[in-house]
Design a protein around this ligand. Structure first.
Ligand code: SD4
Length: 334
């Protein structure tokens, strides 16, 4: 089938409606076409939450001028990491229960190369450190002091965290002695982690994911975001997926990898996200506060998104513009 024939419609809609550049995928077709040489693709960048709009703009500069999806997803999420008013990504993030801001990030390209950092403290761009791990070491993941030493060696900036205002919030939190770990306020009103997926004009996919994680988490806690297969997964033959929300639940089902494998089996990105959410629901007796959202992009530019609870949205940038789209969901909060 010609590339042109595949580009049958373009649609950007509200909850439950997928954003499509190509007609929905079928497994056989996907596998068959993945072996064909891709000519030119319609580029697309998608990312989690409203902060994705700004991040997409930066990523779009890269892919709209013919650049690589990998550069797009790194540059894009760096915008969010650099926003010190963001309390869930980058150095403006909330600390753990001891007052340390520890950052998690990962990146993956179209050759299945990947890099990650976890529990990284006082370094301004964890996503770029993750990329250095991918490109300049034989490893996939560096954590804690090792990750920090590596970043400093590579010339990354040191930053003092938490920021003054974040420290004040943390002190108030400690005073209140609320056990927020038992009743997590996560992902409902405070938008969090940014996961970004991009398809470039050469038909290559890449993804990135970066977060300060669960606010006031136990020291040493790492969520799904820096874990390849959980917070992010890319398979250039099929598609890419990322996750936001309660990382523990995402890890339990190897969330992003599961979404990509469901697409490999012939499910559309939308259906794949829905099945993964259903699986999370099935595996947890208590869904109180357990928000998880998946975002997926297939090799042909089809998009899907679905979450456990109402409220998840994502930003999608195509040649038609940059739009915030409400994801479909399984249930309301009440
Ligand atoms: C985590 N998934 O650390 C991340 C954070 C997040 O809603 O997305 N929170 O578990």
């Amino acid at each position: 089938m010609s590339d042109l024939k595949r580009r049958t419609f373009f649609k950007l809609g509200l909850a439950g409606v997928t954003l499509s550049i190509f007609k929905p995928s079928r497994a056989g077709e996907l596998l068959e076409e993945s072996t064909m040489r891709v000519q030119k693709s319609e580029p697309i960048v998608i990312s989690t939450w409203k902060h994705g709009l700004e991040a997409n703009d930066e990523a779009w500069k890269v892919i709209s001028s013919g650049g690589a999806a990998l550069d797009a997803v790194e540059n894009g999420v760096k915008v969010t990491e650099a926003d010190i008013t963001n309390r869930s990504v980058g150095i403006g993030g909330r600390p753990d229960s001891d007052g340390h801001v520890t950052l998690d990030a990962c990146i993956m390209d179209h050759n299945s190369k990947c890099g990650a950092v976890a529990c990284l403290e006082g370094i301004d761009h964890p996503i770029s450190v993750a990329r250095k791990v991918m490109e300049e070491t034989p490893h996939v993941m560096l954590v804690g002091d090792g990750a920090r030493e590596f970043a400093l060696e590579k010339g990354f900036n040191k930053t003092k965290t938490p920021l003054k205002e974040v420290k004040k919030d943390w002190k108030d939190w400690k005073k209140e002695e609320k056990d927020k770990l038992k009743n997590p306020v996560i992902n409902h009103e405070n938008h969090d982690t940014i996961g970004m997926l991009a398809l470039d004009i050469n038909g290559n996919l890449s993804g990135s994911c970066t977060t300060s994680g669960w606010g006031y988490k136990l020291p040493g806690r790492v969520g799904d975001s820096p874990i390849i297969g959980a917070g992010l997964f890319v398979d250039n033959e099929i598609g890419a997926a990322c996750a936001t929300g309660m990382g523990e639940a995402v890890i339990r089902i190897a969330g992003s990898h599961t979404v990509v494998e469901l697409m490999r089996q012939g499910n559309s990105p939308q259906k794949a996200c829905e099945i993964a959410v259903e699986r999370i629901i099935k595996k947890h007796d208590d869904l109180t506060g357990l928000q998880v959202g998946f975002l997926a992009l297939d090799k042909f530019g089809n998009v899907g998104a679905h979450s456990v609870y109402y409220g998840f949205n994502y930003a999608a940038h195509t040649e038609e513009g940059n739009n915030l789209v409400d994801a479909s969901f399984d249930r309301n909060w009440d």
